[in-house]
Design a protein. Structure first.
Length: 308
């Protein structure tokens, strides 16, 4: 594959969609490295419960480098602000070495923070400026934005008046407060989603849950408790860590734990898809891949989109 106008490839999708496999194979063909956009895989010792499929990062004996996995101890409360800074360091490191970044994950907020170049500062509404902008047509607003920041067309939906006004408002604020800028580069990313229909997504989630329990997910949670993490700390991470902890401390039977956890993961996947649809509604173009497509066809589609 040859990268053209894109600075990065983003692979997103709900849990159990197989996005890591797609990202790793794409990275191999691109001479790239993966940056994880998963809010829980940053924690050491939280492997099965967060779906760290380490084997996916090795293809035909070649290890695909990855970043932002296993970078913090369990118990630490990571957040999107820290992710934004860590992403920027990884991105700059990868590109400085002539490699191609592949962002991969299912945490919609983390992905949007990068794709929409969030400054991650509290930019207040400028009511006086908005009154002035309200009198201008969309074409005039777009010209004003591009005069202020010519590269902004890569990240702002210029057909969405609200987003154009907000982009002007943010740029105006940053010009007035230059010390607040985080020097985030403009990143034009091809965004690819991997998904299955609802019925097969649910089936894959259930099968994966059973497999991870067989692989020792309960033992993993018990080890974290043995290391001194409190049940409250573990339940903070939700899903697997919440329900397995409740089972281990005697509040849920195994059957109750499995049933409640299965439902919770299905609901989580639904929320992820809702987030991705909202991203599309707000201007992010997502090229969707059918999860059932053979891997080679998935790669061929990505190559064609990158070349388009």
């Amino acid at each position: 594959m040859k990268q053209r106008k894109y600075h990065m490839l983003t692979i997103l999708g709900p849990t159990a969609s197989g996005k890591t496999t797609v990202a790793a194979h794409a990275a191999k063909r691109l001479g790239g490295e993966i940056i994880s956009a998963d809010s829980r895989q940053i924690y050491r010792g939280m492997d099965l419960g967060t779906g760290k499929d380490y084997e996916d990062y090795e293809i035909e004996g070649q290890a695909i480098p990855y970043h932002l996995i296993d970078i913090a101890d369990a118990g630490f409360e990571y957040n999107v602000y820290l992710f934004h800074n860590d992403f920027l360091k990884a991105y700059n490191d990868i590109t400085a070495r002539g490699k191609f970044p592949v962002l991969c994950g299912g945490s919609g907020l983390y992905i949007e923070a990068v794709l929409n170049n969030y400054q991650l500062i509290q930019v207040p509404k400028n009511h006086e400026l908005r009154k002035i902008l309200d009198e201008k047509g969309l074409d005039e607003l777009v010209r004003l934005l591009l005069d202020m920041k010519p590269e902004q067309h890569n990240t702002t939906d210029t057909e969405n008046r609200r987003r154009v006004v907000r982009a002007i408002e943010i740029e105006t604020y940053l010009r007035q407060n230059p010390e607040l800028s985080n020097n985030m580069p403009e990143i034009n990313s091809l965004v690819v989603g991997v998904k299955y229909d609802r019925e097969h997504r649910r089936k894959r989630i259930t099968e994966r849950l059973k497999q991870r329990l067989e692989d020792g997910m309960l033992d993993e949670v018990q080890r974290l408790l043995n290391k001194g993490l409190t049940p409250e700390q573990l339940t903070y991470y939700g899903l697997e860590y919440k329900y397995l902890t409740l089972h281990l401390i005697g509040e849920l039977s195994y059957e109750e734990m499995f049933a409640k956890l299965e439902i919770a993961i299905h609901q989580f996947a639904k929320r992820q898809m809702t987030w991705f649809r909202r991203m599309e509604k707000h201007g992010t173009k997502i090229h969707w891949l059918d999860g059932f497509l053979p891997l080679e066809e998935k790669m061929a589609n990505i190559e064609a989109w990158l070349e388009s």
